[in-house]
Design a protein around this ligand. Structure first.
Ligand code: PMP
Length: 361
């Protein structure tokens, strides 16, 4: 087998080797069925067993209350940017958006097609290097939408935004930190995430939605864009992304085996602490996010000299690190250290940074 290297990709991202090995075997035969995972009918007993286990593990790990539905949808988080306002906004109602990065901006763009948008806070004036400390919510907002982790800018909410009216429900784009730490689902109306960072492969989007909102959604939309269609059909209205659901099920098993969401939180906290400590102790590397807003998932840093950034990226690439180049809107480096990224990889990266710094001085 080709040697595997440290994969710091922002998504699709690293998966645990045991998950990949099991998926590899299942491509030829899922269990002892004699039929590969991608070849099973989604309505057959074998695959329905996979989908049921994925849902029940999801509920168990996050402690999802009974009055919420778990849906496995398609179209990525980007389709949720549109499906949410389509279902819950009208031209004369308002939604509040907290704009902490480029994904949040894209969700605003979609919402404006269907209703009024009020930007409750934004950190765009400082190139999104901070989570705003306060928000100005509207009195009658239908919902408040925020992005819990900003994949591009390396910032993350420490806790849920608060202070909006009781009539308003909270929506979270948790694409880049879902199940990386415990979550109190009861605080939300809807949580969504593309799976390709913390929960598996691209192609499946996890949506956790409160029952009353399934019913409240616009019933004049095309079937595929109504939450009730998918809720009523247990996510099998049409052919679901079976392989993605299968890998998500394996990831849920892996998360449970590694201490559940509190186990993930401890693991992720330690990885991020070590990496930020190394950056803070360095005389050439600097974190781009304000300290209190730093992400435990995407660690963004620069040397302050674009030429030196290029040299470091080249050194990291030849030392066996994949995709450490930062997003062009921030520059520098980004180390995405999601659930499955091992601590050994963080240790190796820190060592490389020290060697680079010594060689530079
Ligand atoms: N939201 C966030 C926070 C993301 O990081 C991404 C993808 N990187 C998206 C939304 C878009 O997700 P998708 O590609 O699944 O549409």
């Amino acid at each position: 087998m080709t040697r595997r290297i440290w994969n710091l990709s922002a998504g699709p991202a690293v998966l645990p080797e045991c998950v990949l090995a099991e998926a590899q075997q299942s491509l030829l035969s899922l269990g002892n069925s004699g039929v590969g995972v991608c070849e099973h009918s989604h309505r057959g007993k074998v695959f329905v067993g996979v989908a049921d286990e994925a849902e029940s593990l999801c509920r168990e790990l996050a402690g999802i209350p009974d009055n919420y539905r778990v849906l496995f949808l398609q179209g990525g988080a980007s389709t949720q940017f549109a499906m949410i306002p389509m279902n819950f906004l009208t031209p004369d109602t308002t939604a509040d958006y907290i704009v902490t990065g480029s994904w949040a901006k894209k969700s605003v763009k979609e919402a404006r097609l269907f209703g009024r948008v009020h930007v409750a806070s934004t950190s765009e004036d400082t190139n999104f290097n901070v989570i705003p400390a306060s928000h100005t919510f509207s009195h009658q907002a239908r919902y408040v939408h925020y992005t819990s982790n900003n994949t591009v800018f390396g910032t993350q909410f420490a806790t849920e935004p608060e202070g909006f009216s009781d009539h308003t429900f909270l929506i979270c784009d948790a694409s880049s930190d879902i199940f990386s730490r415990p979550i109190d689902v009861s605080k939300y109306g809807l949580i969504y995430a593309g799976a390709q960072k913390n929960l598996g492969t691209s192609g499946v989007t996890l949506v956790i939605i409160r029952d009353d909102l399934v019913e409240a959604g616009n019933d004049q939309l095309t079937s595929m864009l109504q939450y009730r269609t998918h809720a009523n059909a247990d996510s099998m209205y049409n052919t679901p992304p079976t392989f993605g659901i299968y890998v998500m099920m394996l990831m849920f098993r892996w998360i449970r085996h590694n201490g559940g969401l509190s186990g993930m939180a401890a693991r992720n906290r330690e990885k991020a602490r070590r990496l930020y400590d190394a950056i803070d102790c360095s005389s050439i590397f600097h974190a781009t996010a304000v300290q209190t807003s730093r992400s435990q998932m995407n660690v963004t840093f620069v040397t302050g000299d674009p030429k030196r950034d290029v040299q470091f990226i080249a050194a990291a690439t030849s030392a066996g690190f994949n995709a450490i180049k930062g997003h062009r809107s921030v520059g520098g480096m980004r180390a995405s250290i999601y659930n499955a990224f091992p601590i050994e990889g963080v240790v190796a990266l820190i060592q490389l940074m020290e060697e680079f710094e010594n060689a530079t001085e």
